[in-house]
Design a protein around this ligand. Structure first.
Ligand SMILES: Cc1cc2nc3c(=O)[nH]c(=O)nc-3n(C[C@H](O)[C@H](O)[C@H](O)COP(=O)(O)OP(=O)(O)OC[C@H]3O[C@@H](n4cnc5c(N)ncnc54)[C@H](O)[C@@H]3O)c2cc1C
Length: 591
């Protein structure tokens, strides 16, 4: 027996015991991604990014995944001094983390796609919908680094929008570099011990000194703690209390003469997840910083970065769900129990369906939100800006929460070794708990959607108009089902508006946001199904839409029997190899 044959035999044996995704191309294994790219991007751009996504998909399913496993097992270490005994702090990263950085920043330039022309040979900057296809694939391998990539991207956006010419000339090029030796990574320091949600309570002060400011105080959660530059909030001396008195500052890690700026990373956090990435506590001891934009609009300006990050969080949570799904399907297809493949056992198939639906809902709304952002920012559409105002917190709220459940249930599909750290499932589950905390906890984000986006800005009208327009376009969808969706839009929007109308209803904000999410995703899935059916005769997403309606928007009798066989047929259609035609879908749509 040759070595190769022996290896193949032993691989087959281990595959049967513990089927693993290693070697799976995460791009090729994800036809939904290509479908949605074709809906939301011009064909020329899709054709251009496709080979790059293919390359990233192969890396994410293999080498980058191996790096992520190592980087998670060997978290960063903070050193107080350099090797010459000087008080120069530095963070030691495992070489695997450095490889992940090389791929994200150096090879693919994900952080720079919105800012620098020419990344991956494309002559323009990329729309958000294209950039986040890369975010989505990369984060299926490594979630920890997802944060630094995103805050570097967000810092470049804030600087280019609000920075003065001098600051831009000094820092913008570095933030968007793909040459690793010249790259300036970014960070975002807002949270203080006194309050993360209640930002207006922050106590870091800024005192003017010539052309710069001196900052004193503490930041409690600083991800990418040793970034060369951080965008941060502080209160200028004499400014009013609350968020209105908060200014936005750029904090460089080193000063112009090369000496370290006057702040210390006091320690690194020992975290549940994102263990590969350094989150620290920072003490500012008269650190030099530069004002960015109008000082009395610091919080409003920072909110633009927060909203970009909330979309990115939605995408990254969706990535974790896809990763968990790849793992669950690989196990369910590759392992047998009681003489059957696990995927062929009715109860297991139903559980897989419960993983698939929230994942595809999230993917649909990620693309709708990213395209809306593109319309609002590239084309200056006011209507898109209002729609974005409600879509962003709605996506962030539900997709980050669903990721916890999907990743946990996918872990169980692996059986006992899902609980063992040698496979990705445990890491993915640990990572999945973060999305709903940072850039606003679930409560804060639901209140943003209901009390502010709807209560203050009236964004429900833009959402209702958008969803009705999508339904109108979906002429391939059976009329009775379109009527069901139409009714669902009206009910969800009415409910959310009622909740928003009085602070007495605040405790219903999460429920209202969830209903908006399910309604928006059910409509979007159906709208996509019409287009995909036209393009390649497959209307599977219509079935997903129907499952959302059945499970989340329709009252059900807990004792009813009989939905099992229909759901089984839907699961067969969704997990089967064959495309599903609209007429067959129409039959399955019937309750
Ligand atoms: C791994 C990690 C990395 C992070 N990285 C960064 C970073 O790089 N930069 C940064 O600035 N921050 C960062 N954070 C901080 C994060 O954004 C905050 O922890 C978060 O915003 C919550 O703030 P808090 O911890 O002060 O909790 P609190 O604000 O004290 O919240 C505690 C609880 O009270 C609830 N609550 C608060 N207000 C309300 C309300 N009005 N109604 C109902 N419930 C409410 C919250 O939902 C939460 O459940 C990070 C956090 C983690 C875990």
């Amino acid at each position: 027996m040759t070595t190769a044959t022996a290896q193949a035999k032993s691989r087959n044996a281990s595959d049967a015991i513990a089927p693993d995704t290693t070697g799976l191309n995460f791009f090729r294994a994800d036809p939904s991604l290509v479908d949605l790219l074709q809906i939301h991007l011009p064909q020329k751009l899709v054709d251009h990014i496709r080979p790059h996504l293919d390359r990233l998909g192969a890396l994410a399913g293999d080498h980058l995944d191996a790096c992520a496993r190592l980087a998670d097992r060997h978290p960063p270490v903070l050193h107080p001094r350099d090797r010459f005994g000087r008080d120069v702090q530095w963070i030691e990263y495992h070489p695997a983390y450095r490889e992940l950085e090389n791929a994200a920043y150096g090879q693919f330039g994900i952080h720079a796609m919105s800012h620098r022309k020419g990344i991956l040979g494309w002559p323009e900057t990329y729309p958000a919908a294209a950039k986040h296809a890369f975010t989505y694939l990369f984060n299926q391998a490594e979630f920890g680094l997802g944060c630094p990539i995103n805050v570097t991207d967000g810092a470049a956006m804030l600087l280019s929008r609000f920075g003065d010419d001098r600051l831009k000339a000094k820092y913008l090029d570095g933030l968007t570099q793909t040459d690793m030796t010249n790259l300036t990574q970014g960070a975002q320091f807002m949270t203080e011990k006194e309050g993360g949600s209640d930002v207006g309570k922050l106590t870091t002060t800024a005192v003017r000194e010539g052309d710069h400011w001196r900052l004193t105080g503490e930041k409690w959660f600083c991800s990418n703690a040793d970034a060369k530059l951080a965008m941060m909030l502080a209160r200028p001396e004499g400014a009013v209390n609350g968020t209105r008195g908060v200014g936005l500052f750029l904090l460089p890690r080193t000063l112009d003469d090369g000496s370290p700026n006057s702040y210390r990373i006091v320690r690194l956090k020992d975290k549940l997840g994102t263990r590969s990435m350094a989150s620290g506590e920072i003490k500012l001891e008269g650190a030099v910083a530069y004002a960015v934009g109008n000082l009395d609009r610091g919080f409003v300006q920072m909110a633009e970065m927060v909203n970009w990050s909330r979309l990115s969080n939605g995408v990254k949570s969706t990535a974790l769900m896809r990763r968990a799904m790849h793992d669950a399907l690989t196990v369910a297809r590759g392992r047998t129990a009681f003489g059957h493949r696990i995927i062929d056992l009715p109860l297991a198939r139903r559980q897989l369906l419960k993983l698939l639906v929230p994942l595809e809902q999230a993917l649909s709304l990620c693309f709708v939100t990213a395209s809306t952002l593109d319309r609002a920012e590239q084309q200056g559409s006011q209507e898109a800006a209002l729609l974005l105002r409600i879509l962003t917190p709605t996506l962030k709220f539900r997709s980050t929460r669903d990721a916890r459940k999907v990743c946990g249930d996918a872990l169980e599909m692996r059986g006992g070794i899902g609980y063992v750290e040698e496979f990705a499932s445990a890491r993915v589950l640990r990572d999945s708990y973060l999305g709903s905390i940072w850039e606003g906890t679930s409560n804060i984000v639901a209140l943003d959607a209901i009390s502010r986006a709807i209560g203050r800005h009236g964004a429900e009208s833009a959402l209702a108009a958008d969803l009705h327009a999508r339904l109108k376009e979906s002429t391939a969808i059976p009329q009775s089902y379109r009527d069901t969706l139409k009714h669902a839009i009206d009910r969800a929007v009415r409910f959310a508006t009622t909740v928003a109308s009085s602070s007495d209803n605040e405790s219903d904000a999460r429920r209202a946001t969830t209903l908006l999410y399910h309604t928006a995703s059910a409509v979007t899935l159906a709208w996509e199904a019409g287009q995909i059916a036209e393009r390649r005769g497959d209307a599977r997403r219509l079935l997903l839409s129907k499952l959302v309606v059945d499970h989340h928007l329709t009252p059900s009798d807990p004792y009813a029997i009989g939905s099992g066989s229909r759901e089984q047929a839907i699961a067969d259609a969704l997990f089967g190899e064959q495309p599903v035609a609209v007429d067959r879908d129409s039959a399955l749509l019937a309750s």
